[in-house]
Design a protein around this ligand. Structure first.
Ligand SMILES: C[S@@+](CC[C@H](N)C(=O)[O-])C[C@H]1O[C@@H](n2cnc3c(N)ncnc32)[C@H](O)[C@@H]1O
Length: 577
């Protein structure tokens, strides 16, 4: 079986943004303790959210604002909402490698001859994108002429996305359904800190310059009659935008969907937002879907996660407050369990139990939950965790600029944290493992050695184990990590080891069998993560095809063994008996 590492994708950010990989819980405590009311019927009477499926209704509460609630039971892996983003832009980084209409990577791509900035697969993609690109084309040219340096010759992703919102508003009119849905997205401007206001003001200046408005009356065509209107729009964008991801969850763009933005957050979500890539041979545009991660009962709120839920509660709460201005009261955040796998380490007496990782705030020594042994070497553990966090920050910032350095840093700190007994699901070990796994995949070349391949497999296996402990079955991050493990296991071994396999990963036929079992697990999870009706998205369909090929190979191998056995001379003893 031969596979290549070029198929395995790298560069995924450890940090999730509200988007892709949103996960959630069935009934969070917050929802059970409060009164949620069906939204006034004028939501729909006004024509807002008219594309909401009949199985879903909008309800409101004082603490959460509006949210989406399910009226019918639904199974994990069911598509709850399938919509086109209102606007979407490719990130600057991918403008010359991906088509700006369908967001697919292609080579060769055709460049827009006017702005020379965006690329398309073909004339069909270009024609489809023209209504959105029309204003943008001229604006990009003017921007490039005016800027002082090449590295800022295209405005940032946020400015380009917001400009597309404004051009759409101008075309459809400020009173159109689309414009009103954008205007009714949650706005946190009154709660913004002074540093956020400064940032938003800066963004507002860039936006006005980019769309080419030179006086306030010109902005009225976009439904903007004051500076406050402009900053409100930017504030809504911050709270409600989504990260567009490619099939392996690499962030490649930014999108806005007012309907999907109605979904509230839980750190233990019951649904995820994905860009599954249609089952058709060629996706025409990035479709955005909300998929049930768990079986959901009628009368439950649909909840996704806005943030990376593999990190401990304190970090989750910090990013939710900073970006979304609320404190989460989901089951995961309010439960008192001493055994959060995000903050646990092995028993210091190696009894097989776990204990909480010590913190600076502890007044008593943490103890093993099984044998009650105390963790006495708290200073050494605190040091290891602190170093791990510093290395994670540094390696994350170096991952694009200097990947070998980032790789060395992650490898060193993973070893230190392992020796300190930190569990693979704990922070920052899991984050470092995920980063290392990504970096190792992208570093593999044609001259692959057995050692490098096995090291990569072990690293991916660590992140699979960690993710499985903290993310629900079928979570896209978990499903993709399993897929990458399976794909690494089927790469041809440069020097297969002889004799019985006692170490991980095994070699030879045992490796192929492990690859097959891992592919089966990955397929099961992909069907949930990216939807059964999408056949698990693009990756799910690839895994299905790979499974068929591996089955054939395993069949040949089993047949070969049978033939070999049948070809053996009958033992002498048997002949005489
Ligand atoms: C994307 S919007 C979700 C829809 C929003 N509730 C609305 O009415 O438009 C995100 C905002 O909803 C609120 N929100 C979301 N999840 C919440 C939660 N679990 N608890 C409290 N507020 C929440 C916060 O104000 C957050 O900034």
């Amino acid at each position: 079986m031969s596979a290549s590492f070029s198929q395995l994708r790298a560069a995924r950010q450890t940090k999730e943004t509200k988007s892709l990989v949103n996960s959630q819980s069935e009934n969070s405590k917050a929802t059970t303790n409060e009164t949620f009311q069906s939204a006034p019927s004028d939501f729909n009477a006004n024509g807002l959210y008219s594309s909401l499926p009949a199985s879903i209704e909008i309800k409101t509460s004082e603490t959460h604002g509006r949210g989406l609630w399910l009226k019918e039971p639904l199974k994990a892996g069911t598509v709850l909402i399938n919509t086109k983003p209102r606007v979407a832009v490719l990130s600057n980084r991918y403008l010359d490698s991906h088509c700006s209409a369908c967001f697919e990577p292609a080579s060769p791509l055709k460049r827009c001859t006017q702005c020379q900035t965006v690329y398309y697969c073909d004339a069909a993609c270009q024609t489809r994108d023209w209504p959105s690109h029309k204003n943008e084309c001229g604006a990009l040219q003017k921007w490039a002429e005016a800027v002082p340096a090449l590295d800022v010759s295209v405005p940032n992703d946020g400015v380009r996305c917001l400009a597309r919102v404004l051009w759409k508003k101008q075309k459809q009119g400020p009173e159109s359904q689309g414009s009103r849905e954008i205007d009714s997205m949650q706005n946190h401007r009154p709660h913004a800190s002074s540093s956020v206001i400064e940032l938003q003001t800066h963004l507002a200046h860039s936006l006005v310059r980019y769309i080419g408005a030179t006086s306030p009356p010109e902005l009225e065509a976009y439904g903007i009659s004051s500076a406050a209107d402009l900053v409100n729009l930017i504030s809504r964008f911050t709270t409600n935008s989504f990260t567009v991801t490619d099939p392996t969850l690499t962030p490649i763009g930014v999108a806005i969907s007012p309907i999907i933005a109605l979904i509230n957050h839980s750190c233990d979500p019951n649904a995820v937002v994905v860009f599954p890539h249609a089952a058709s041979t060629k996706a025409k545009e990035p479709s955005m879907q909300v998929i049930a991660l768990k079986d959901i009962t009628p009368g439950s709120e649909i909840l996704t996660s806005y943030i990376d839920t593999t990190v401990p509660r304190s970090l989750r709460q910090k990013s939710l407050v900073e970006t979304y201005h609320f404190t989460c009261h989901c089951d995961l955040c309010t439960s008192e369990s001493a055994t959060d796998p995000r903050t646990s380490m092995a028993c210091p007496k190696s009894c097989g139990g776990v204990c909480p990782i010590p913190t600076d705030e502890d007044t008593d020594l943490p103890r093993c939950l099984k044998c009650k042994a105390a963790v006495s070497s708290t200073d050494a553990i605190l040091d290891a965790v602190r170093l791990g966090k510093e290395a994670l920050e540094k390696a994350t910032s170096l991952q694009l600029q200097d990947p070998p350095k980032a790789r060395r840093l992650t490898t060193k700190l993973i070893e230190i944290l392992h020796s300190a007994g930190i569990q693979p699901s704990s922070h920052p070990l899991l984050a470092l493992s995920r980063l290392q796994h990504t970096l190792l995949i992208s570093s593999l070349s044609g001259n692959l050695t057995q050692e490098a391949l096995d090291e990569t497999i072990r690293a991916i296996n660590c992140s699979v184990i960690g993710c499985a402990a903290v993310l629900h079955e079928g979570h896209p991050v978990r499903a993709i990590a399993l897929t990458e493990l399976a794909k690494a296991l089927i790469v041809d071994e440069p020097e297969p080891r002889q004799g019985p396999s006692i170490t991980y990963p095994p070699s030879g036929p045992a490796r192929l069998k492990l690859a097959y079992d891992t592919l089966l697990r990955a397929r099961h999870e992909l069907l949930i993560a990216f939807g059964r009706e999408n056949e698990g998205g693009k990756v799910g369909r690839d895994v299905r095809d790979t499974l068929v090929a591996v089955e054939r190979e395993l069949g040949v191998w089993k047949q070969g063994i049978r033939n070999t056995i049948e070809d053996q001379p009958v033992p002498l003893k048997a002949r005489t008996s």
